[in-house]
Design a protein around this ligand. Structure first.
Ligand code: SF4
Ligand code: SF4
Ligand code: FES
Length: 542
């Protein structure tokens, strides 16, 4: 392993590591624009110049691999002067848009100027004008003047998605970024180009001007959009709802996890957040035969005693949108305490598109978790029993039977069962078939864990309180159990997780602390491969 000195600090890194990555390991940040660890090296911006002793010229640290005995300086006067010069060139034609630019606050041109620039301008010529506010696809807006031509977006579309929509045309100060003639930036991962654009050239049409980024709160979570379990950050704000008066979540961003999603998320997942605040079930309801009307928790809980009366005729179908903690409490209550045999899991969404990068066809986050806890995929058996009049009480967790089974079959089932109880978060047509509606919280409103398709257990964190009277599913089940004299002595999700680990051998050795940022694979799970290209193109591995 070569050992080198960076700013006086010795560090040993594997052969082939670039200086910029070696510096990162040594705790030294080298400013850069075109370099991105998930893309090939372009070496075009020159922002990462460093001095390597015995080299006559400054070297680009993103491209030069380390060598044994190398001595690197990243902060001496020569390097600082070169950085200032690069910034001066970049700003020659850059518009003074910061006050109205959506990237303001997370722009590397702003940040680097404040950290490494701070020179007096020597240029008074008119700036070259380019096209602004160009919608180059359904998700991305381009401002040509702000582009620093780093080519990250071009390489992303060439190397990661393989869709080749973006390119750089013309030369010199007339060079500009554009989409290929007749094309739109419309691939399943287009939003990532906004994340990797270091300046305000590419902005997100969904997020633009909703909220200044410095007002955003950030909570780590897991995308519930499919069984990949991409690591995300929920960016939210409750105080400044300029354009979205009834929405707390402003955007979702990818969180790097080399084992799951690397740097990326898909657009389906990225824009799948409006349900957190829209169309929610806010309080318990009962069906009076004509309409759904508001009910009290007391009424809902008392009505729960039907399960005690009709145990042999009760069926439960849990969903794979809820956490492992919710599922384990369901198992404790329905299987262990009440002895219900007619219990199954069923995803709330139909299968969808899958691809070679990240997206999985199972559009729910915890199917593997339901399987690991022993729930069986026998919902169809239960529906047939219900159609035959053999189920008196059917408990569903958010399922839309009309969507899953078709209107006719769903209605038949609803007519045959005496009492359908629906525990869920978002309103839909199928909910109206239920006799009792119990409002549950969504993933952004609770702590817990999901298990992704390969058996990786990952944590979600509560960003903000649950809307209305909604509660986590485990809390609903615990309260309802109490009402019928069953004590489930668990106060929070972490205690439930501990108990689950003790009871379920597959989870041996896990704890919230051990799950950390990247999650832990279930015992006996195989790493089935992270989000890499598997069709012979470049593999993006750290
Ligand atoms: S649009 Fe952004 S990512 Fe693309 S080349 Fe310009 S600065 Fe780089
Ligand atoms: S691939 Fe799946 S988990 Fe990842 S962002 Fe898309 S929907 Fe979410
Ligand atoms: S980051 Fe090294 S040349 Fe651009």
């Amino acid at each position: 392993m070569p050992t080198l000195k960076i700013d006086g600090k010795d560090i040993a890194v594997p052969a082939g590591t670039s200086i910029i990555e070696a510096a990162k390991k040594a705790g030294t940040f080298i400013p850069h624009y075109c370099y991105h660890p998930g893309l090939s090296v372009a070496g075009n911006c020159r922002m990462c110049l460093v001095e390597v002793e015995k080299s006559p010229k400054l070297q680009i640290s993103c491209f030069i691999p380390v060598a044994d005995g190398m001595v690197v300086h990243t902060e001496n006067d020569r390097v600082k002067e070169a950085r200032e010069a690069v910034l001066e060139f970049l700003l020659v034609n850059h518009p003074l848009d910061c006050p109205v630019c959506d990237q303001s606050g997370e722009c590397e041109l702003q940040n680097y100027y404040m950290n490494y620039g701070l020179y007096e301008s020597r240029l008074f010529e008119d700036k070259v004008k380019k096209e602004k506010v160009v919608p180059i696809g359904p998700t991305v807006m381009l401002d040509g003047e702000r582009c620093v031509l780093c080519s990250r977006c071009v390489r992303f579309c060439d190397e990661v998605t393989g869709t080749h929509e973006m390119g750089i045309v013309n030369r010199g100060d007339h060079a500009e970024i554009t989409v290929a003639p007749g094309k739109e930036l419309d691939n399943a991962y287009s939003g990532n180009t906004v994340d990797i654009c270091p300046v305000g050239a590419l902005t997100d049409r969904d997020f633009r001007f909703k909220c200044r980024v410095w007002f955003l709160e950030k909570t780590s979570s897991i995308c519930p959009g499919c069984s990949r379990g991409c690591n995300i950050e929920i960016h939210w704000n409750k105080e400044r709802p300029y354009q979205t008066p009834n929405e707390r979540v402003m955007r979702l961003k990818p969180r790097v996890n080399p084992e799951v999603n690397q740097w990326w998320i898909c657009d389906e997942g990225r824009y799948n957040y409006h349900f957190i605040d829209q169309n929610r079930v806010l309080y318990p309801m009962k069906n009076n035969g004509k309409d759904l009307v508001q009910a009290s928790w007391q009424e809902v809980m008392e009505e729960g005693s039907w399960v005690m009366k009709e145990l042999q005729n009760t069926a439960v179908i849990v969903s794979t949108d809820v956490t492992l903690e919710d599922l384990w409490i369901a198992k404790e209550l329905f299987i262990h305490k009440l002895g219900i045999q007619t219990i199954a899991y069923l995803p709330t969404k139909k299968s969808g598109e899958e691809d070679h990068l990240l997206r999985k066809s199972d559009k729910t986050p915890n199917t593997k978790g339901a399987q690991a806890l022993g729930f069986e995929a026998k919902a169809n058996e239960i529906f047939s029993l219900a159609e035959a009049g053999k189920i008196k009480t059917l408990i569903l967790f958010g399922h839309n039977l009309i969507d899953l089974l078709g209107k006719e079959r769903a209605q038949k089932i609803a007519e045959k069962v005496d009492s359908m109880v629906w525990i869920g978060s978002n309103q839909h047509e199928g909910m109206n078939l239920a006799k009792w509606i119990i409002p549950s919280s969504v993933y952004a409103e609770k702590d817990g864990t999901f298990m992704n398709y390969e058996g990786r257990v990952q944590r979600i964190f509560k960003a903000f309180p649950a809307l209305g009277e909604s509660k986590a599913e485990w809390q609903i089940l615990k309260e309802w159990a109490q009402h019928i004299g069953i004590n489930l002595p668990y106060e929070n999700s972490s205690v439930i997780f501990e108990k689950m680990v003790q009871a379920e051998s597959a989870f041996n050795g896990m704890s919230y602390q051990k799950l950390g940022e990247e999650g832990v694979l279930l015992n006996d799970s195989k790493d089935e491969g992270r989000g890499t290209m598997d069709d012979g193109r470049k593999k993006h591995v750290l």
